[in-house]
Design a protein around this ligand. Sequence first.
Ligand SMILES: Cc1ncc(COP(=O)(O)O)c(C=O)c1O
Length: 353
Amino acid sequence: MSEKLLTPGPVCLHPAARKALAQPQIHHRSPAASELLTSLRENVARVAGTAGETVVVTGSGTAAMVALVTGLFAPGARVWVPLAGKFSERWAEIAASAGLDVVTTEHSWGAAVGSADVPKVPLDGVLLTHSETSTGVLQPVAELAAAVKAANPHALVVADAVTSFLLSELRMDEWGLDALAIGSQKGMMSPPGLGLAVLGESALERLRPAGYYLDLARELGQQRGGQTAYTPAINLVAAAAAVLEEVLHGGLDEHLRQKSERNRRFYEIGAAAGLQPVPQAGAQKSPATAAFYLPEGATAGSLAAAMSSRGWRIAGGQGPLKGRIFRISAMGYLEDDEVERAFTDFESALQEL
Ligand SMILES: Cc1ncc(COP(=O)(O)O)c(C=O)c1O
C-alpha cells in the first residue's frame, strides 16, 4: 500500500502541482516558460513580504542556502550562527566551507534563541533558521534581526525559511530580514528540486558574482528578463507557480490558519496521550511540524510501523535526537477528510504502542 506523507518534507503534492506536472513538456526559452518563472518569482517575493526579488535555482533548499552564503559574503566575513538544530548546523558548515569566519553559540535542541545570545563582536551577518524542522521550534527571527542590527547596522540577516514559507507568517522587509532560502518540497506542496533565494533591497545591492552554477548575480540578471542562465527545472517551476497562484487565490491568511490549526491538533492529541513536545517551554512551536519525545518503551520504528499500517509515513529524529523523538506534519496537501483520518489514526497508533 502506498503511504501518504505526514513527513516534514517532501509532502503530498497539491493538485495544482500534479496537474502542471502532467502537461506536455514546454521549452524553457518559450514565452510560456518566461511567464511561469516570472509568476513564481513575483509571488514568492509577495508571500515573503518583500519589495525585493526572488532567484530560482535548480537544486534543493540547501542549494539556495549555499548560493546566498557565497553571493552575499566574501571569504573572511564574520557571521554568527546560533546552533539549535540540524539546519542551523548546516548553515555553519556551509559558511565554513565558503571560508567565512563563523562565530557560533550553542543552544539546546528544542530551545529558542534570544536577543541576549547575540555575540558581542562586530558581525558582517547572521545566518538564522526560522523554522528549525529538526526540533519543531519557530525561532524569533524578527527579534534576532533587530538585536543584530542594533549593534551591527550593516550586517545582513539571512534566514532559512525552508519550512516557514507558506506555513508561517513572513514579513521580510518589516522584520529586517535581508534574504531567505526556500525549497519547493515543503509548504509549496511541490516536488523536491527547486531552491529559491529571496533578496531584499540591501541584499540586492550587496550581491556579488560568486561560484558558477549557483551564482545568484548571474541568475538574477537572466531572470529579470524571464530567462535562466542554464536549463531550469521548468516542470517544477510550473508546478510551484501553479500552487502559489491557487493558494493566493484562496487567501494566504486562511491558508496559514489551516496549516497552523492542523499542527495544533497534532500537539493536542500528543499531549492527551502524555507525550512531551520537543519545543521547550518558552519556545514557539513551528506550524510546519509537531515534534515529540517518544513515549516510554516505544521506538521510532514501532510508532512508524503503527502509522504505516494505517497508510501514513511519519519521520524520526535527526542528529542527537535520532531514536529519541518523532515528527508528524500535515504541511502537505490533504483533503479535509484525510486530515481528520490522520488525527484519528495518530490517536489510535499512540494507544496501540
Ligand atoms: C529548515 C530546513 N532547512 C533546510 C533544509 C534542507 O533542504 P533540502 O533538503 O531541500 O536541501 C530542510 C530540509 O528538510 C529544512 O527543513
